[in-house]
Design a protein around this ligand. Sequence first.
Ligand code: ACO
Length: 461
Amino acid sequence: NNVLDGLYRPKNVAVIGASSTPGKIGYTVVENLIQGGFEGKIYPVNPKADEILGLKVYPTIADLPAGVDAAVITVPAKLVPQAVEDCGKHGVKGLIVITSGFSETGQHELEHEIVEIARRYNTRILGPNIVGYLSNTEKLNASFAPFLPLVGKAALISQSGALLIAMDASTYTRRVGFDKLISIGNMSDVDFADTIEWLNDDPATACISLYIEGFKDGRRFMEVSRKSKKPIIALKSGVSAHGAAAAASHTGSLAGAAKVYGAAFQQAGVLQAGDLDNLFDLTLALSLQPPMKGDNLLIITNGGGVGVLATDAAERYGLPLKFAPADVQAELKKHMPEFGSAKNPVDLTGMAGNEWYMDSVRYALPHEWVDGLVVLYCETAMTDPVEIAKGIKQAIDESGCTTKPVTVSFVGGEKSAEAMRWLVENGVPAFGAPDVAVNTMAALREYARMREMVADNSQVE
Ligand code: ACO
């Protein structure tokens, strides 16, 4: 039984500072807990109200039933130490402290004080200065972000609350699913490392994505990341001089030079995302596909142009294409017209229909030479993108190969977008640009390389 279970997998939740006034954070949190569908008990605490949104209100923390796992705190900063004390006394295991006005505004003493109190009772603190915590598995929206994210297998830990709310909304437009969104704020107690450790034992999490401004304990982050059994993707901000100053006033943490972080992430086996788009793209690929264990990438396409674009991208991202061996070329030649090319990229030509795609994927994926497959499709007048998508997925399944990654790109219009949505819902990462299908495959390769290096280094130690 992990010490953070009470916080991250609570059976019931109290809201300290619940309010009957719509628009207040203490009201929104109660409303979100109800609307998220949380199946455990919700206990609003407020000295004046009898009932909030149909729930019985408890006047003080001491009045709560025994065995409260987590409490969301939404009272003003000056009242937080007392609330932490009372929760500690009552045996609450985890506190989600939404309140601002701590180290980020120079109130270091106050932040120190609440951590000291919590330690005395073995109570853990997430925050302060956070949006809250959201989990699809738990049907728990213990936050003031309006809804749970699109269902998926990734977890996001974000040091920025506003960014977390924005990313929550864009999970639906980008079709990148998350199981958990964790706003970590000032990290007075629970930090990236603690949470990564916990997520490593969480069956609903396949991949861990981070928005980082700075660390309190970078060394422990590296140790925990090196041991992580699940891929970690980090978007690090505040690497410019001015950005570092902005981060300091935002969450009160120290930021540092780009190069130092780049090297540290590499040593820790953490993939670095270049920007927000890249964070979403890598999250999708890494949460759905296995790592690419060798350097042989095969590209299958129906369009020469996108094939060449992808080939350029492969070199740019450190995964240069090689010609496929003779037996692979000979077999693939059977599933394309005379003027097609089986070399790599494999160009099935614009004449390619479902059958040729399926035959090629079914044959190539399990072939011992192939370590990863990028399948490209240009929308044509003769083919239905959704049919092609379903064919690709069927061929992957029929190949019986589950240990090699596949990424896909469909270039086209609304039908292609629909086809890609279908693919993603069925576990195959699909992107609008061939470049991105290759970039994410390169990340799956990089992840495997880094894990090998990390494993080698730990043997030496
Ligand atoms: N126990 C329980 N409830 C109490 C207690 C107590 N001891 N004392 C007061 N309350 C009640 C209040 O009566 C009030 O309820 P009411 O509306 O019924 O009167 C409720 O707790 C809230 O207290 P208020 O004084 O009304 O506080 P308010 O809601 O104005 O502000 C808040 C509290 C939201 C925590 C504010 O101090 C704050 O920190 N806001 C910023 C939060 C934030 O943005 N965090 C995330 C940053 S990340 C990002 O950028 C998105």
